[in-house]
Design a protein around this ligand. Structure first.
Ligand SMILES: *Cc1c(COP(=O)(O)O)cnc(C)c1O
Length: 471
């Protein structure tokens, strides 16, 4: 299996070459040259596999430069009941008739990003050891991504994490989650500024190519192909739980921000998993809903990016969306480059409404979309608690609200649960008048000793910290 860039670069690379890389050299995103096809007999064979072995089967279609026994061992080490809370790893929970929640949020940081990031930690450790190399991961977080990365990389050989976050601006629970980690290879840098300052610092350091090379700086953002392919697995696992045989179809609704999660659903569908619809659910930041309704993709400025109660979906542009558009345009790299590499930079938008390809987004690729607001979120959390006795988080609530607008008779609808309510306690209190349930292992984490360094919002300060802490 070789990988190509969505912007038409001539290079072809193998999995382990792109594992530790971000963008392709031409600024595009990596995708496999073709999607491996999964036939009826294979689906039948996969139906009864434990999650870790299903993960191995899916991943081995995309990874041919890690020996099979090693890859299987990595999958078995990653997807355990001890780490993810249940034997099923991603159990389905039924709501009303034909509607299910798929639990993706019982990993170490209680958000679905653990599903991919835990695998990435083990893949990084394996590949770095094989090469005899080291990697210093530099990131910026306002919450979920940073903690998922830290919990995935803690204690791993060859990897250090330097995670910047806006000083005093994360929720007490999120701060406790990250700052209580005592592992020597994890460095929390609280920057006196806002999230954008953190992101600007990361960009400035990454743009200093000499520094980047000398200090082996890398990232783990959501455009990493390994994260995406790890997420493909739970679409298969959800399908198998909701159906009895392969003639049945299911639909998925996915709370979306950067389009990483639902893009994995698109890949699963392209492989032949019988998915009817892929429903993209957004919050007030409705860049993606707007595209699927109108054909216009219009990125937002920071003034038009709302701070909402489902903050992990507060995006101004969707960094993985280019992958889908590349497929939608018949894998035309030149056209994708003209849209994402040129037109978006110049005008902040592009319009496919008159392009015959746009109708295919719905007809051939099965996409639809919808949007949910703060009021919808509160009502959905309350209604779910009253009727089913379960608490859901704000992002999952956006998904559930939109899913109910896209049901079709006889087709099970699976809503991906992307976080647990404890992470967003103040909105739960607003909706239910009581605190969310807290998993036992998180009792009292706010009182644990914290390991964090406060720095000025200054590129030099962050560089100096890295230099003194990366040997
Ligand atoms: C990251 C995240 C999302 C958005 O996922 P994308 O892959 O960016 O679309 C949704 N919900 C939660 C809780 C998240 O952490």
């Amino acid at each position: 299996m070789k990988y190509l860039s969505t912007r038409g670069h001539a290079d072809r690379k193998r999995f382990c070459e792109i594992l530790l890389e971000g963008l392709a050299p031409d600024g595009g995103l990596y995708l496999p040259e073709s999607y491996p096809q999964v036939d009826d007999a294979t689906l039948t064979r996969w139906r009864s596999l434990p999650y870790a072995d299903l993960a191995f089967e899916v991943l081995s279609l995309y990874i041919d430069d890690i020996p099979a026994d090693d890859l299987r061992a990595i999958c078995r080490k990653t997807y355990t009941e001890a780490v993810f809370g249940t034997k099923e790893i991603v159990p389905l929970r039924p709501l009303e008739n034909g509607l299910y929640l798929e639990a993706l949020s019982n990993g170490p940081t209680l958000a679905f990003k653990d599903m991919a990031m835990q695998l990435l930690g083990n893949l990084f450790e394996y590949e770095l050891a094989r090469r005899g190399e080291q990697l210093n991961i530099l990131g910026a977080t306002s919450g979920d991504t940073g903690s998922a990365a830290e919990y995935a990389m803690r204690g791993k050989q060859g990897v250090r994490v330097f995670m910047t976050s806006p000083y005093g601006r994360m929720s007490p629970f999120q701060q406790a989650q990250m700052f209580s980690l005592q592992d020597a290879n994890i460095h929390n840098l609280a920057v006196k500024g806002v999230f954008d300052d953190c992101q600007d610092i990361v960009k400035a350091v990454s743009n200093d190519l000499d520094f980047k090379r000398q200090y082996k700086i890398g990232t783990v953002n959501s455009i990493n192909w390994a994260r995406l392919v790890a997420q493909v697995v739970y679409y298969f696992a959800g399908y198998f739980q909701a159906t009895k045989n392969n003639s049945e179809k299911v639909s998925f609704t996915v709370p979306s921000g950067n389009f990483g999660n639902v893009c994995a659903g698109h890949v699963a569908r392209m492989m032949g998993l019988p998915i009817d619809k892929l429903v993209v659910a957004t919050n007030e930041n409705d860049v993606l809903d707007e595209f699927f309704r109108t054909g216009v993709y219009r990125v937002r400025g920071s003034a038009d990016t709302h701070e909402t109660s489902s903050p992990s979906m507060d995006i101004s542009k969707a960094s993985n969306f280019e992958r889908f558009v590349f497929d939608l345009l018949g894998r035309d790299g030149a056209k994708t480059k003209a849209l994402f590499g040129e037109q978006l930079n110049k005008t902040g938008q592009f319009d496919l409404s008159q392009d015959p390809a746009f109708a295919q987004a719905h007809q051939r690729y099965g996409f639809s979309s919808g949007k949910s607001t703060h009021a919808n979120r509160l009502a959905t959390i309350k209604d779910t608690f009253e009727r089913f006795g379960g608490m859901i988080d704000t992002h999952t609530a956006d998904g559930l609200k939109v899913a109910r607008e896209h049901l079709s008779a006889g087709v099970p609808m699976i809503v991906l649960e992307t976080a647990l309510p404890i992470k967003f306690a103040s909105t739960i209190v607003e909706a239910l008048g009581r605190e969310p349930d807290r998993p036992a292992k998180f009792e009292g984490i706010e009182n644990l000793p914290k390991r964090v360094t406060v720095l000025e919002a200054d590129v030099q300060a962050v560089k100096a910290y890295i230099v003194t802490h990366c040997k």
